[in-house]
Structures are given as structure tokens and as C-alpha cells.
Design a protein around this ligand. Structure first.
Ligand SMILES: C[S@@+](CC[C@H](N)C(=O)[O-])C[C@H]1O[C@@H](n2cnc3c(N)ncnc32)[C@H](O)[C@@H]1O
Length: 203
């Protein structure tokens, strides 16, 4: 266990077990340092409504809901296996009244039916980041934050890649990073946290 892990040791046994289970099953979940950073932002900005694109087994949604008792979360997932696991987990933690799971492709959700969001976390198909951003920014309040995960993609932007699919994915992630820096209505910074977290604050 690293020093950071030890000093920030999670004491909720059920949450520790949920994380271990997700990791054993190979479910990609938020890194600890990114989770801690989001959690502090939620405190700093007094976030009450949080939208997550990409729920997986609801690990992050559950962890945030436990740490922030006034937080309401809407999370979207399209994979049927993940949806079933997420539903089971949300129920097991008794968080059905605070975490709403929308089942289906985020790009097909009618964003006009969503409440105004204080913060949005984009953590789904990485090639679609611009589409997610443009669709869900409509729900963001002024001075709200959009956090987009994995924008450094294992530091691959600087490496020589042979796989055509991977090259295309990296090009798309780079296109998002270039795009977001040109969106002057947002103050965006890429933080080298986890796999790279882009924070965009609406001006
Ligand atoms: C990295 S995982 C999410 C992890 C979760 N945020 C956590 O930290 O606990 C990404 C998830 O996004 C889902 N996903 C990808 N594209 C999606 C889309 N267009 N609509 C809904 N879900 C999507 C995948 O099925 C996958 O479960």
C-alpha cells in the first residue's frame, strides 16, 4: 500500500469491497486520486446536483453519495451487464433516493429533461468526449464544472502506436483536448491526475 493510500485509507468496508470486486472483474473505475479531487471540488463548489456519463457498476456514484450526504447524482449507463450490477449495488447501499440511473446510450438521452447541474463528470466512451460535452453542457449552470476523465490516455499522445484503432482513439482524445482549449466560454486545465482529468469551468 502506498503512503497516499495509507493516509487516505477508506474505512467503509462495503465500499472497499465494492472497489475490490470491480477491480477483480476488470471494470474500469475512477482512480483514487481523481476521486479525491472530485470530492474536494464538490465541497469547494457546494455541488448538489451531479451528472455522471458512464456509471459502470456505480462505484464512483456510490462513493460520492456516501461522502456527500446532500449530493444528488444522475448517472447514465448503456451496457446491460453494468446496468444490472449498478442497480444491485445502489440498492445494497440504500441509495436509490439519491442516485438515479438512466439506462441507455447517453447520446440518446433527452438532456432537456434533466435538472440544472452544478457539476458533470464525463467518463464514458473516450472517442465521444466532444459529443458528450456539447450535449450535456446545456444542463450546466453558470460557473459549473465539467470534468472529463482519461484525457491523457496512458500518456499515449507522445508514444509511437501501431494499432490503427488505438491511433484513431488517441487522435479523438487529442481532438477533444484541442477543442476544449479553444472554447473560450470555459476555463479548462488538464490535470495530470489518474489518467488525466480535464476540468472546464463555465465562465
Ligand atoms: C470508465 S467506466 C465508468 C466508471 C465509473 N464512472 C466509475 O468511476 O465508477 C465507463 C462506462 O461508460 C459506459 N459507456 C460508454 N459509452 C457510453 C454511452 N455512450 N452511454 C452510456 N454509457 C456509456 C461503459 O459501458 C462503461 O461502463
Amino acid at each position: 500500500m502506498s503512503y497516499l493510500q495509507a493516509i487516505h485509507k477508506e474505512t467503509n468496508a462495503a465500499l472497499v469491497s465494492l472497489k475490490a470486486h470491480a477491480q477483480t472483474e476488470g471494470v474500469p473505475i475512477i482512480t483514487d486520486e481523481t476521486a479525491r479531487f472530485l470530492s474536494q471540488l464538490i465541497d469547494l463548489k457546494d455541488v448538489k446536483m451531479f451528472l455522471e456519463i458512464g456509471c459502470a457498476v456505480a462505484y464512483n456514484a456510490i462513493a460520492l453519495a456516501i461522502k456527500h450526504p446532500e449530493l444528488k447524482i444522475i448517472t447514465i449507463e448503456r451496457d446491460p451487464t453494468m446496468i444490472e450490477a449498478a442497480k444491485t449495488n445502489i440498492k445494497a447501499f440504500g441509495l436509490e433516493s439519491r442516485i438515479t440511473l438512466i439506462e441507455g446510450d447517453a447520446l440518446e438521452v433527452d438532456e432537456t429533461t434533466l435538472p440544472v447541474m452544478d457539476m458533470i463528470f464525463i467518463d464514458a466512451a473516450k472517442a465521444q468526449n466532444i459529443k458528450f460535452f456539447e450535449k450535456f453542457e446545456k444542463c450546466l449552470k453558470p460557473r459549473g464544472i465539467i470534468a472529463t476523465d482519461n484525457v491523457l490516455f496512458h500518456d499515449m499522445h507522445t508514444k509511437t502506436i501501431r494499432s490503427r484503432n488505438l491511433k484513431q482513439l488517441i487522435r479523438k482524445i487529442d481532438a477533444f483536448n484541442q477543442y476544449i482549449m479553444k472554447r473560450k466560454e470555459y476555463h479548462s486545465v488538464i490535470h495530470p491526475l489518474g489518467d488525466g482529468l480535464c476540468l472546464s469551468i463555465k465562465q
